[in-house]
Design a protein around this ligand. Structure first.
Ligand SMILES: *[C@@H]1O[C@H](CO)[C@@H](O)[C@H](O)[C@H]1NC(C)=O
Ligand SMILES: *[C@@H]1O[C@H](CO)[C@@H](O)[C@H](O)[C@H]1NC(C)=O
Ligand SMILES: *[C@@H]1O[C@H](CO)[C@@H](O)[C@H](O)[C@H]1NC(C)=O
Ligand SMILES: *[C@@H]1O[C@H](CO)[C@@H](O)[C@H](O)[C@H]1NC(C)=O
Ligand SMILES: *[C@@H]1O[C@H](CO)[C@@H](O)[C@H](O)[C@H]1NC(C)=O
Length: 258
């Protein structure tokens, strides 16, 4: 019964939020509402807090995309400006909500989702390879308990700009397929349990501005290709088992923090 009530409040919350987005627009499609209740179940989200008025009232999803990253820990955002006149879920933010489930495979049923932040929970298991079919631009699952390898299928997330996996227990080597993520501006994979040499993928990630590979388990030399990351402002490669020469970083003119 409590679960049913949770779902009802969840759905009501979603509808309120989507209707608040823009007067006179259509509702959220049933399949997205259903996907959200499945996602809540898979994440162990039992206490959806519908009382996040600053996010409901703040129509930040209608402002330009770079600014709509909201200062919310527990929110869901819809965009009601699609040509089909429906309100689609574009962002899901469940930071520090004591979630103890697994990463939801049902995420693929939110075809407009661009922004996902599940950081600082107790989520475990593997990163679902099914996520490859999403349109994610921002993915943050840091500070959880994920294990296993980064699925090579994630190389299909070609729109990804921010990829944040730090502070988990991910292992194995990074799949070569993630060199297809050429729009990355932020990559943080610190505090994991990867193996092998630091991958020489930097030529594919020319747009990188923030790169954090601290204490992630890698060994060997720092690939000299790192010196082509001319837009880098933040770099941290400390606490690995790296050896050999430090590449010439003279061309990294914007680097502020090392
Ligand atoms: C989000 O959580 C952090 C840490 O618990 C807290 O400091 C912050 O005020 C929260 N933000 C909002 C908008 O509730
Ligand atoms: C909402 O969707 C429309 C149509 O795709 C797009 O033009 C607009 O930029 C989106 N708004 C935000 C804030 O992403
Ligand atoms: C991390 O995963 C490995 C298996 O890959 C396991 O042996 C180890 O206990 C895990 N560590 C933590 C802290 O969960
Ligand atoms: C790292 O992985 C190895 C082998 O999979 C495992 O034995 C070890 O406990 C892991 N380390 C941590 C800190 O989880
Ligand atoms: C560096 O950033 C500038 C300004 O955002 C952008 O125009 C340029 O394309 C970027 N350079 C690379 C190599 O991505």
């Amino acid at each position: 019964m409590a679960r049913v009530l949770t779902y009802i409040s969840f759905i009501v919350f979603l509808l309120v939020l989507c209707m608040a987005a823009q007067a006179g627009t259509g509702p959220t499609p049933d399949n997205e509402v259903k996907a959200l209740s499945e996602i809540a179940e898979q994440l162990g989200k039992k206490d959806w807090n519908i009382n996040v008025e600053q996010c409901i009232n703040d129509l930040s999803w209608l402002t330009p995309r770079l600014d709509w990253r909201p200062p919310c820990n527990n929110s869901l955002f819809c965009n009601c400006s699609y040509p089909d006149s429906l309100c689609h879920v574009v962002a899901l933010i469940l930071k520090e909500q004591d979630l103890g489930g697994v990463l939801p495979r049902s995420l693929v049923k939110l075809p407009y989702l661009m922004y996902l932040d599940l950081s600082r929970n107790f989520l475990g298991g593997n990163i679902p390879h099914e996520w490859a079919s999403t349109k994610l631009e921002f993915l943050n699952i840091k500070n959880n308990m994920f294990s296993g390898m980064v699925p090579l299928e994630l190389g299909k997330l070609v729109n990804l700009e921010n990829f944040i996996l730090s502070a988990n227990n991910l292992s194995g080597e990074l799949p070569f397929a993630i060199t297809k993520l050429t729009k990355l501006t932020e990559l943080r994979i610190s505090s994991n349990n990867f193996t092998g040499r630091m991958p020489d993928f930097f030529r594919s990630w020319k747009q990188l501005e923030k790169l954090e590979i601290q204490a992630s388990g890698f060994e060997g030399p720092i690939p000299s290709s790192i010196s082509i990351l001319s837009n880098l402002t933040e770099l941290d490669l400390s606490f690995n088992r790296l050896e050999g020469h430090i590449p010439d970083l003279h061309d990294l003119n914007f680097l502020k923090f090392m």
